[in-house]
Write a protein that binds this ligand. Structure first.
Ligand SMILES: Cc1cc2nc3c(=O)[nH]c(=O)nc-3n(C[C@H](O)[C@H](O)[C@H](O)COP(=O)(O)OP(=O)(O)OC[C@H]3O[C@@H](n4cnc5c(N)ncnc54)[C@H](O)[C@@H]3O)c2cc1C
Length: 281
């Protein structure tokens, strides 16, 4: 397993319960570590923080015998036995590999951004937490069609939405949007504030980022796997990539970037891997 986010850890639990030898290579923080409190993760009606969820998923996988080891995979290639993975952990040989390496969010250079994401003032996922923004003053920051789509999605929750299009200070924007430069946005304890020269300051309860993300698909691509036009890994109904024996699940593949989706794909991939190995070992 490459990646110790919700997807990799769920797959580890399934495979360990199929009595497979499972190694999870953990290359660092999960995207879920940004989540202040998730209210749409199944089974947690009061919500659960991302780090707490990761702790529980790690413990569940380990309790069934999975090994979780720090390690960033730098190369992955097919070998006579299956695959050879190399990185800062030296070398690992595996019969099959599941990539659950997630995405990297494109973040703007706004002072205080990490703390504002962790507090929920700045948000990245209307599907995740739009419900917690009902009737709030919202701004959506982006550059292309995505910003309009995200703003439209948020209209289910609030009538008070301002589209902020990134551009040079003083630049023009379409009538329905405001053109902003990043230095005009300030994060305060109780609001995100837009200060444009010659205009009254505008305060927003939440700033949604609509700047996209990049799939961490490089390892699979170098091994020969195909991507879609957005860079997500292409997989079949069993989560198999176009490279024999290499599977992928979660945010790194095409589909909805959600914990529940990653967990479902992990279950499918783990079962496919187990069934594949049953015919040989
Ligand atoms: C602010 C925020 C709030 C969110 N809220 C919610 C929510 O409420 N509900 C919800 O369903 N979803 C939410 N999400 C989305 C959710 O976090 C992701 O869908 C989920 O984390 C994806 O899990 P994953 O395991 O596929 O990828 P990740 O969680 O990103 O894990 C990927 C793992 O792969 C590792 N990795 C990457 N490359 C390598 C490598 N070369 N070698 C080794 N390891 C590597 C990373 O270090 C990481 O451990 C939110 C996201 C954000 C940013």
């Amino acid at each position: 397993m490459v990646g110790a986010g919700p997807t990799g850890l769920t797959a580890a639990t399934y495979l360990a319960r199929f009595r497979r030898r499972v190694l999870v290579l953990d290359g660092g923080p999960s995207r879920a570590d940004w989540i202040p409190k998730s209210h749409n993760t199944p089974g947690f009606p009061q919500g659960i923080g991302g780090p707490e969820l990761i702790t529980r998923l790690r413990s569940q996988a380990q309790s069934h015998g999975a090994t979780i080891q720090p390690g960033r995979v730098e190369t992955l290639r097919a070998s006579p036995q299956g695959f050879r993975l190399e990185g800062d952990f030296a070398r690992v040989d595996a019969l099959t590999v599941l990539l659950a390496t997630g995405v990297v969010d494109h973040l703007p250079a706004i002072e205080g951004l990490p703390a504002a994401i962790l507090s929920g003032r700045v948000r990245m996922c209307p599907i995740c937490d739009g419900y917690e923004a009902i009737d709030r003053r919202l701004a959506v920051l982006g550059e292309d069609d995505l910003v309009q789509r995200e703003a439209d999605f948020l209209r289910t929750y609030s009538p008070d939405i301002t589209i902020l299009r990134l551009g040079p200070a003083g630049g023009a924007a379409p009538a329905e949007a405001t053109c902003v430069a990043l230095e005009q946005l300030e994060i305060e304890p109780d609001a995100v504030v837009l200060r444009k020269p010659g205009e009254a300051a505008r305060r927003f309860d939440h700033l949604y980022l609509a700047l996209g993300c990049s799939a961490q698909a490089q390892l699979a691509v170098a091994a020969g796997a195909r991507q879609d036009e957005l860079g997500n890994l292409l997989v079949d109904a069993h989560q198999a990539t176009t490279v024999d024996g290499l599977y992928a699940a979660g945010d790194v593949v095409r589909g909805l970037n959600q914990i529940a989706v990653g967990a479902g794909e992990a279950a499918i991939a783990a079962t496919a891997i187990h069934n594949r190995l049953r015919s040989t070992v």
